[in-house]
Design a protein around this ligand. Structure first.
Ligand SMILES: [Zn+2]
Length: 104
């Protein structure tokens, strides 16, 4: 049963998760590889190597871990955090509709 370990165990520290481990095929893996390149976490290096050796590669992972990992929202938050130094100010325009012209 040692095979049934989540691919994202190190990323998410999800060892204690009680969710069932599911399997992901080559299509899923390709998506994970793409996201991993964005995260620059090195997962894609190992994965693409394994996928090269076995085009029908199947990996084990929590379903919730994959969906978090391959979520655009999650990626954006990750990018925002790592690009914190570069943009000086984000242009934020506040448009308030319910503006009061007179207090009384
Ligand atoms: Zn997991």
């Amino acid at each position: 049963m040692t095979e049934d370990r989540c691919l994202f165990e190190e990323t998410f520290g999800c060892q204690s998760k009680k969710d069932q481990i599911s399997k992901a095929g080559p299509t899923r893996i390709a998506t994970i590889i793409n996201f991993s390149k964005e995260y620059q976490d090195g997962i894609h290096i190992d994965l693409s190597e394994r996928l090269n050796l076995d085009p029908n590669l199947v990996i084990h992972c929590h379903r919730s871990c994959v969906s978090t990992y391959t979520s655009k929202h999650h990626l954006q938050r990750h990018k925002k955090r790592s690009a914190d130094e570069s943009p000086p100010h984000a242009f934020e325009e506040e448009t308030k509709i319910g503006r009061k012209s007179f207090p009384f």
